[in-house]
Every structure is written in C-alpha cells, then in structure tokens.
Write a protein that binds this ligand. Structure first.
Ligand code: COA
Length: 163
C-alpha cells in the first residue's frame, strides 16, 4: 500500500495542482493532499476555504484525502506512514529548488523518496500568486483554476462586498 503526500499552500489550488493530483492518484494507493500552514506566507484564503475548494474538485477521486498540517514535511511523513512525496515540476527553475528540498527531506527522514511529475505544458505558466493577483484586480481566473474553485472565489468576493 503506497501512501503518497502532495503538499503545498494551495492559495488557491490551480488547474496545474489538480492535474498533478489526478495523475498522482493513479500512481498512489492513497494520495494525501496536505495543506500546509506556512509561517512564511500570508494566505489570502483561509485554511478552511482552501480545504473546501480542494474537497470540491477532488470529490471524484476516491483515494484522495485532504489534511492540514504545520511543521516539517518529513515529520508529517514519519507520523502518518507516508512512503513518498509527490511534486510537480513546471520549469528548470523549479528543478533547482526541488532537488534541494528532496535531498533535505531524505536527510530528515531516511528513505523518504520524492517523486516528480512534469506539469502539463498547458499549466506550466500558472502559479497561485498570479491567480491571486488577477483575482484581486478583478480579472478572469477561469482558465487558471478549476470551475468549482472559480465559483467558490466568486462567492467569497460577493460575501465580502455585501459586508
Ligand atoms: N501547478 C501550478 N502551480 C504550481 C505547481 C503546479 N504544478 N507547483 C507549484 N506551483 C506553485 C504554487 O502554487 C506556489 O505558488 P505561489 O508561490 O505563487 O503561491 C509556487 O508554485 C510554489 O509552490 P510550492 O513550492 O509547492 O510552495 P508551497 O508554499 O505551496 O509549498 C512546501 C511548499 C509545503 C512543499 C514546503 O514549504 C514545505 O515542505 N514546507 C514544510 C517545511 C519543511 O519541511 N521544509 C523542508 C526543510 S527546509
């Protein structure tokens, strides 16, 4: 039984993230999407909202589970019987950072493998911060995030405007 962890801030989840989750779920027996409480980032969307958005887009994937955690990835892996970390690679710049992370995680938890999937070229230019910027300036994000996420973001904006 291979349990794989795909973690990130997901502020918000993009079409690129969903592509990695769907492909990862075909490799893993169980794929845990770990939303990290990252002290270095000030998120726009609450953890609860991010979790709901991810739940709505992964409802069709029975072996995908969502969790929230803080601290070291390697510690979460130790405590939760994770066999491998899944990461998406978008470009060569990602590679330099990712190789360092993979090696550090392997030092922190022996035999913790990192598995990489190449991001589909359709999504190679997407990042959550780009989505946040377009959203905050009133632009269209439908091509960048799954429909359910776009609807959720729109509903949040309306709620904000009503206040
Ligand atoms: N498609 C679209 N966007 C993608 C993507 C993909 N396939 N892969 C990454 N991205 C985007 C993310 O949305 C994020 O965008 P943003 O910075 O504009 O918001 C950016 O690329 C960076 O993603 P990522 O590297 O996954 O950062 P993260 O903050 O989402 O998550 C962790 C990084 C969780 C993996 C890392 O911080 C971590 O492991 N933290 C725990 C502490 C730890 O153990 N550290 C290791 C020892 S130092």
């Amino acid at each position: 039984m291979k349990k794989i962890l795909y973690s990130g801030t997901f502020d918000p989840l993009t079409r690129g993230h969903l592509d990695i989750i769907e492909r990862g779920s075909r490799i893993a027996d169980e794929l845990v999407v770990g939303i990290i409480r990252n002290p270095n980032k000030v998120p726009v969307f609450s953890l609860e909202d991010r979790k709901k958005m991810i739940e709505s887009v992964t409802a069709h994937l029975p072996n995908v589970r969502i969790d929230i955690f803080e601290g070291l990835l390697a510690d979460y892996a130790k405590q939760n019987g994770i066999d491998a970390i899944l990461r998406g690679l978008r470009c060569t710049v990602d590679f330099e950072y990712e190789i360092q992370m993979a090696q550090i995680n392997c030092k922190l938890k022996k035999d913790l493998e990192t598995v990489f999937l190449m991001t589909d070229e359709k999504y190679s230019f997407i990042s959550s911060s780009m989505v946040r910027e377009i959203y905050s300036l009133g632009g269209e994000v439908d091509d960048l995030v799954p429909q359910q996420v776009s609807d959720y973001m729109e509903a949040l904006k309306l709620k904000e405007e009503e206040k």
